[in-house]
Design a protein around this ligand. Structure first.
Ligand SMILES: Cc1cc2nc3c(=O)[nH]c(=O)nc-3n(C[C@H](O)[C@H](O)[C@H](O)COP(=O)(O)OP(=O)(O)OC[C@H]3O[C@@H](n4cnc5c(N)ncnc54)[C@H](O)[C@@H]3O)c2cc1C
Length: 587
């Protein structure tokens, strides 16, 4: 079966799909989006107190990709056999309208200007020995911070981010992040009200000479109407953001920022429960003709389209490129090929501070409520003699300490039984967690490809991930954790517990959903799959929006940068591609 031709077919209707659909439909293009999951909105699906169901959302994965239908296989090294994940762990891709944007925290960061020049900046400052050691494969972005600034700003105003600027047009602002790149204006909303635990962290960090600031949060510090005329409500600090939908319309998501403006437009349609199987191409392979998809009734259809946007989350974007033959697959032995290359992640650790005399009430929280320092992120500190490059932020985040998930106990407490319960009961209200959130350099041996053995419910090969931390990441994470422990001690509690990251990467426990790379952007088609507009070098009417485009991960949560790149790409489609279809960059 074939549907009538549309201008644009969008594959996946989460954050990036919604951003692109809004910009392209506003420009008059006829757009249809395909979403493998169902429709969702806050009043029907996340009404208070239904959304605070920790069993349903956190433990039974109600909002996440269904691994009985599709999953991925994993191994640490190429000489191991990859096995399928039967339960999601390390990261939690979404399914359903809004995608991961429904159950994200709302931590909105901009990368540092030097993060975009990861290779050349580090080469110049620390030399070839450091940057090329252990098969490091870092590459520069083909865009600069200055080019992305207006697009960062657009996303922050769309989401009503609550925060405090640290650098306004080059003028450093006390109380904000003094390390950030220059921003053109203040955040649209003031910071969230700070709770006790993060405030103690901020005071201790200041006493050690660091520069604490409130985490930029897409959780509303006050009622807000965004530039599309969509209203968000003030946050109630219920603490159910991370892995939950917001029943209060206080957390920015596609539903609370874009869909009320987009859905009534006659040139837009979303097809729910429709899973795209493949991008179809002309015989010579140089042009996409549309997408084939299976609907709720199991019927396979073809949607012809002049432009195809892959916005199905970075892992599925790369898999669809591989399944559709868009770009040459990466070969880790030779380093040739581009699709699958530079898969990366992040490395996290934590320190718990236990008090006897301070009640911190950690259940009062929001997805991005906290005090942070950026003194050890990116190249904000001198790495000479440290034996690693990269860095991350350190901070006390109060995301809600949900009762089943959160049971901080001092070291040497048994893992179960009466003593464990007593320790949880006496420490839960008197603990402050400090986290570190560090970058992972791209390495030649970290990549994704199609698994030769395991298949999904439709018989298509699963994505196979090969990934491990290297010495660079372990050294960096240990360094950050030591700094976090120093701040923890300065907070004056009874004792601290230091949870360092050691050994190989373990895909089982949740860490972050900040997986990146695999279809990276660059300025050379021999070393990148996409150009600076996230346009495929090989099939120019295919654009691939997501963190897959990061040639190198940074120490921040990705969505601010993913959104900025997506806006830049959408603008280029409207202002250039539509007028003259073809490559927007000539190699
Ligand atoms: C618990 C959690 C907390 C997070 N917190 C933060 C945070 O605070 N800050 C931050 O920067 N990032 C955060 N993230 C990551 C953030 O959610 C993602 O970076 C973001 O959602 C990515 O947007 P996307 O458009 O690429 O993918 P998504 O928003 O996930 O959208 C992809 C959509 O594509 C659909 N899809 C997939 N395959 C197909 C197919 N074949 N056919 C049709 N549809 C398909 C999926 O169902 C999904 O709806 C968090 C993630 C999780 C899981």
């Amino acid at each position: 079966m074939a549907d009538p031709l549309v201008d644009v077919a969008i594959v996946g209707f989460g954050w990036t799909g919604a951003i692109i659909a809004e910009v392209l439909t506003a420009a008059g293009l006829n757009v249809v989006a395909f979403e493998r999951g169902g429709w969702r909105n806050s009043s029907n699906d996340f009404g208070v107190p239904f959304d605070q169901d920790e069993l349903r959302y956190m433990w039974r994965h109600h909002l996440f990709q269904n691994v009985a239908h599709t999953t991925l296989t994993f191994r640490n090294k190429v000489d191991e056999v990859a096995l399928p994940m039967r339960r999601l762990g390390s990261f939690l891709p979404g399914a359903g309208v809004g995608g991961g944007g429904v159950h994200w925290n709302g931590q909105v960061w901009r990368f540092l200007p030097s993060d975009f020049a990861a290779r050349s900046h580090n080469l110049e400052r620390y030399g070839a020995d450091v940057v090329t050691s252990s098969d490091m494969a870092i590459q520069d972005y083909p865009v600069s911070y200055a080019e992305l600034e207006p697009h960062y700003d657009r996303f922050e105003y769309l989401c009503g981010v609550s925060g405090k600027a640290g650098n306004l047009n080059g003028a450093i602002q006390a109380g904000g992040n003094v390390f950030e790149g220059p921003r053109s204006r203040e955040y649209p909303n003031p910071p969230l009200k700070m709770t006790y635990g993060p405030s103690l962290f901020g005071e201790a960090a200041s006493s050690l000479g660091y520069h604490p600031f409130p985490h930029p949060a897409a959780n509303m510090s006050r009622a807000y109407t965004n530039p599309l005329g969509v209203q968000l409500a003030q946050c109630t600090y219920c603490g159910f953001c991370e892995k939950f939908g917001c029943g209060n319309d206080s957390k920015a998501s596609p539903q609370t920022t874009i869909l009320p403006a987009l859905m009534p437009r006659p040139n837009f349609k979303v097809r729910t429960y429709c899973e795209v199987m493949k991008v179809e191409r002309t015989r010579d392979g140089r042009h996409a003709t549309g997408v084939s998809y299976i609907d709720e009734d199991g019927v396979l259809s073809f949607q012809p389209a002049s432009i195809v946007i892959l916005s199905a989350f970075m892992l599925e974007n790369v898999r669809l490129m591989l399944l559709s033959g868009i770009g040459p697959p990466y070969d880790p032995r030779t380093g040739a090929g581009t699709v699958g290359k530079n898969y990366s992640y992040q490395i996290v650790s934590s320190v718990n501070v236990f008090f006897d005399d301070k009640i911190t009430n950690p259940f009062i929280g929001a997805g991005a409520l906290g005090m942070m320092i950026d003194d050890f992120n990116g190249d904000n500190f001198d790495h000479r003699g440290l034996g690693f490059i990269g860095g991350g932020y350190i901070g006390a985040l109060n995301t809600g300490a949900r009762p089943i998930e959160t049971h901080p106990v001092p070291e040497k407490t048994p893992k179960w039984g009466a003593e464990f319960k007593r320790a949880v009961a006496s420490n839960y209200l008197k603990t402050v967690p400090i986290i570190t959130h560090g970058s992972v350099m791209s390495h030649r041996g970290n990549f994704v490809d199609l698994d030769p053995r395991w298949r999904d419910q439709h018989g298509r090969p699963l994505l196979r991930m090969t990934f491990d931390f290297t010495e660079n990441e372990h050294r960096m994470s240990d360094y950050l954790t030591d700094r976090a422990a120093e701040i923890g001690r300065a907070m004056g509690g009874r004792e601290i517990r230091v949870n360092k990251r050691s050994g190989s990467y373990d895909i089982a426990p949740y860490q972050t959903t900040h997986t990146t790379g695999g279809a990276i952007m660059g300025s050379d088609p021999r070393t990148s799959a996409l150009n600076r507009y996230m346009q495929s070098w090989d099939v120019p009417n295919v654009f691939v929006a997501g963190a897959n485009a990061f040639p190198q991960n940074a120490g921040y949560n990705p969505m601010g940068t993913v959104a900025a790149l997506t806006y830049m790409s959408a603008d280029a489609i409207v202002s250039e591609y539509v007028k003259s279809p073809g490559p927007l960059v000539h190699a």
